[in-house]
Design a protein around this ligand. Structure first.
Ligand code: NAG
Ligand code: NAG
Ligand code: NAG
Ligand code: NAG
Ligand code: NAG
Ligand code: NAG
Length: 389
């Protein structure tokens, strides 16, 4: 009986695909393995963008102002994808792929179709970006990125008239191709340790990306399901449900709670859940007030904190539930100063003034504390507070 029950359980579980994650670059990034055309690479998992891309063998490396630099400067973890070694590679002529990220990195090339596998989930004829030219500050481990946000953010153009050609990202095709039991993916990003953060090697066991199931870590009963915040193409106003276009995984933050928060509360609908951003980037007033309670110092555009400080509490209210951020996540290792002294920055930084058009970010600092499940059919996210770890 026991064996029978167990095998049924395993059969049931087999359809949920789970990719283990590792941390890189001081655990500022979370990486999973991806297999494209039979070649395996490590890629950043990013809920804040939609394209999946790989550096292609022979790529040109550029610095951020576009000047050629040696390939090693880009810091990819491999020589890149070799289309000649793939049996499934199909170029997509007359297309161009071009993407820039918030930190100034940018990549360009063309689109192609490939067979793509992540955590046991295989999608055929997946459109991806083949990077021929890269201005990238790599970690020596990743060779690309897996974009998990909505089709409206994809970055492929028709070269003959320069117009966008939106396409279904990897997870959207997985759902379309009926590869998974439920139309959602779920992430758990573990916080790393300072020791591992100082190692140039990937930090193992740093969480999970589950497709069609829930990331397998213990959670509490504090959980909320809330609509993904879309926007109206006509008015640009935040809306969800009918008439909404979805792009990022935006949510309606009802409240931030921390010492002094009552005085400055701002609620807004332009905050995104982004695994590809390390820090929380909050409205200026929120960051300023919180970091004042932290005795942080403002230098070179960032709030620095004492690595030995005790972080003031910080909580995020979503869907009527209060999600707390562990103080350890608010003290982020930032290398050493000229005297060899350990430096730390606050996990809560200034994302700009709270005005229309701003986008604020709940990044890994928040995501370490929750399991987040993204349902692309209901356009909902479920956030569950993790048990203490
Ligand atoms: C990624 O793949 C490499 C080799 O193919 C393997 O050694 C490594 O353990 C894998 N890492 C993860 C996180 O799956
Ligand atoms: C890129 O390289 C050029 C030429 O060496 C240099 O003038 C420029 O300052 C560099 N830009 C950056 C961002 O490093
Ligand atoms: C690009 O647009 C041209 C002109 O509209 C069209 O003929 C061509 O098929 C398009 N190419 C792609 C790759 O869609
Ligand atoms: C949630 O868990 C807490 C602590 O484990 C318990 O006290 C509380 O009754 C639970 N609430 C619900 C609604 O189950
Ligand atoms: C944010 O969107 C929700 C609906 O998802 C709406 O109820 C709320 O009023 C909006 N808040 C703001 C500040 O626009
Ligand atoms: C900030 O400084 C005050 C005054 O020295 C002190 O009481 C408080 O504990 C400090 N807070 C933090 C988070 O270090």
């Amino acid at each position: 009986m026991f064996l029978l029950a167990l095998s049924i359980l395993l059969l049931g579980a087999a359809s949920v695909d789970v990719a283990p994650l590792v941390g890189a670059q001081h655990d500022y990034e979370y990486l999973a393995n991806i297999t494209v055309g039979g070649q395996t690479f490590s890629v950043i998992i990013d809920t804040g963008s939609s394209d999946t891309w790989l550096a292609q063998k022979g790529f040109a490396c550029l610095n951020l102002t576009g000047h050629p630099v040696p390939a090693a400067t880009c810091g990819f973890g491999s020589q890149g994808f070799d289309s000649k070694l793939s049996k499934s590679f199909q170029p997509y002529p007359s297309t161009s792929f071009y993407i820039t990220y918030g930190d100034g990195e940018y990549l360009s090339g063309a689109a192609a179709f490939e067979t793509v596998t992540v955590g046991g989930l295989t999608v055929t004829h997946q459109e991806i970006g083949m990077v021929a030219s890269a201005a990238w500050t790599g970690d020596g481990i990743n060779t690309g990125l897996l974009g998990l946000a909505y089709p409206s953010l994809t970055s492929v153009e028709n070269t003959s008239h320069g117009q966008g050609m939106l396409y279904n990202p990897f997870f959207f095709n997985a759902v379309k191709q009926n590869k998974i039991p439920h139309p959602y993916f779920s992430i758990a990003l573990n916080r790393g340790t300072i020791t591992a953060e100082h190692s140039p090697r990937p930090d193992p066991h740093l969480g999970y990306l589950a497709f069609g199931g829930i990331a397998p870590v213990p959670v509490t009963n504090t959980t909320a399901t809330l609509p993904v915040q879309g926007f109206s193409i006509a008015t640009h106003a935040p809306v969800s449900g009918a008439g909404a276009t979805y792009s990022y995984y935006g949510v309606d933050v009802q409240k931030y709670v921390f010492p002094g928060s009552a005085a400055i509360f701002t609620a807004q609908n332009s905050t995104i859940l982004d695994s590809g951003t390390t820090l929380n980037l909050m409205p200026s007033a929120v960051a300023q007030k919180y970091n004042a309670a932290f005795n942080a110092t403002w230098r070179d555009g960032q709030y620095y904190v004492d690595c030995a400080a005790k972080a003031p509490p910080f909580a995020v209210v979503l869907g009527g539930k209060t999600f707390t951020i562990d103080g350890r996540d608010q003290i982020v290792s930032f290398g050493k100063d000229a005297d060899g002294k350990e430096m730390c920055i606050s996990g809560t930084q200034d994302g700009g003034p709270d005005m229309q058009g701003s986008v604020f970010i709940l990044g890994d600092v928040f995501l370490h504390n929750v399991v987040t499940t993204f349902d692309i059919q209901k356009n909902q996210v479920t956030v569950s507070q993790r048990q203490h770890y």
